[in-house]
Ligand binder design. Structure first.
Ligand code: UDP
Ligand code: MG
Length: 307
């Protein structure tokens, strides 16, 4: 059986459309399925609508958080709910707003079933309507991610099908600050991809603010690489040469009796060392904060209700 996992945050007007569209498609394709909605602490009537839907449609289940824990947590809650169902053989994660064309689910399922792929990713061939700034931001992020961690996320989305053993592997990772898109690539397994064009949202507006996205990008990059730390070492070596040169210069000046002119050098050196130290401390502090976050072993989310 296929579990369809749908994270939902303030998506009241999309729940029924999503459930009916996806359910109808899978019905016609003759695929046994269930739909698991993860209500990520919505402030609107999302949870009431999910409850009503699940009462009238036996294919629909739902988990509800005690507050907003973010899309990542909602995906993991859905995956864990799917794992609890022994019939679940694979799962698809898809957005609630139908920006991920649901027709692909049947193709992904086919690839999994007939060709034995464990991960079927849907890659964005086009990004849909987004501002230029947003596009540039996304591009830089994916470039940084690729050069620093080697995981190519260009065009990657959260829209993918995972075999049960992949879900178990991803879920088995104990880290709290997850990045689903990269983790499902990191675990490996037999992977293939399909392309899709991002559709316009059916209802409502995006649930991500720029601030939320920026924090997510920063946490994802540092979650997958220690490169910024190495940057410090590289800077250190470079500046060592520079300082050696300046040092020789200062000594020569001293020997020639022109020491007073050296004041400017001293000031410059102080400034450079000061700023470098601050920079380095900042990076170390950032990783320390992350270690602190992980070491707390807080749950990724807290479930309030289930149907
Ligand atoms: N979402 C969520 N928690 C959040 C933000 C978003 O569960 O804190 C869900 C949202 O309901 C949707 C999916 O994540 O199903 C994608 O969000 P959205 O469409 O707002 O993002 P965009 O398509 O603009 O990147
Ligand atoms: Mg969307």
């Amino acid at each position: 059986m296929l579990s369809v996992i749908i994270p939902a945050y303030n998506e009241g007007e999309n729940i029924n459309t999503a459930a009916d569209t996806i359910g109808g498609l899978l019905e016609r394709a003759n695929i046994a399925y269930e739909i698991v909605f993860s209500n990520d602490g919505s402030k609107d009537d999302t949870w009431e609508i999910i409850k009503a839907k699940s009462a009238q449609d036996s294919h629909v289940r739902g988990v509800s958080f005690s507050r907003n824990f973010g899309k990542e947590a909602a995906i993991f809650a859905g995956l864990e709910a799917a794992l609890k169902n022994p019939d679940c053989k694979c799962a698809v994660v898809i957005d609630c707003d139908l920006q991920h064309p649901p027709e692909l689910i049947a193709d992904m399922y086919e690839l999994w079933k007939t060709q034995g792929y464990d991960v079927v990713e849907a890659r964005k061939a086009s990004r849909g309507r987004e501002s230029l700034v947003y596009k540039a931001f996304a591009k830089t992020f994916y470039k940084l991610m690729k050069s620093s961690s080697g995981i190519n996320l260009d065009g990657a989305s959260d829209y993918k099908l995972l075999d049960r053993k992949v879900i178990e592997a991803v879920d088995g990772m104990k880290e709290r600050q997850t990045f689903f898109r990269a983790l499902s690539a990191w675990v490996g397994f037999k992977t293939t991809s399909l392309e899709f064009h991002v559709q316009p949202r059916v209802h409502g507006t995006t649930k991500w603010s720029f601030r939320k996205l920026f924090k997510f990008a920063l946490s994802s990059i540092t979650g997958f690489t220690n490169f910024p730390m190495h940057l410090m070492t590289i800077f250190g070596v470079l500046f060592l040469f520079l300082f050696a040169g300046l040092g020789v210069h200062t000594i020569v000046n001293f020997i020639l009796g022109r020491a007073e002119a050296g004041f400017s050098t001293v000031i410059l050196l102080l400034l450079i060392i000061g700023s470098l130290l601050m920079f380095g401390l900042g990076i170390i502090g950032y990783y320390l904060a992350k270690i602190y976050e992980e070491i707390k072993f807080r749950p990724r989310y807290i479930v309030d209700e289930e149907v």
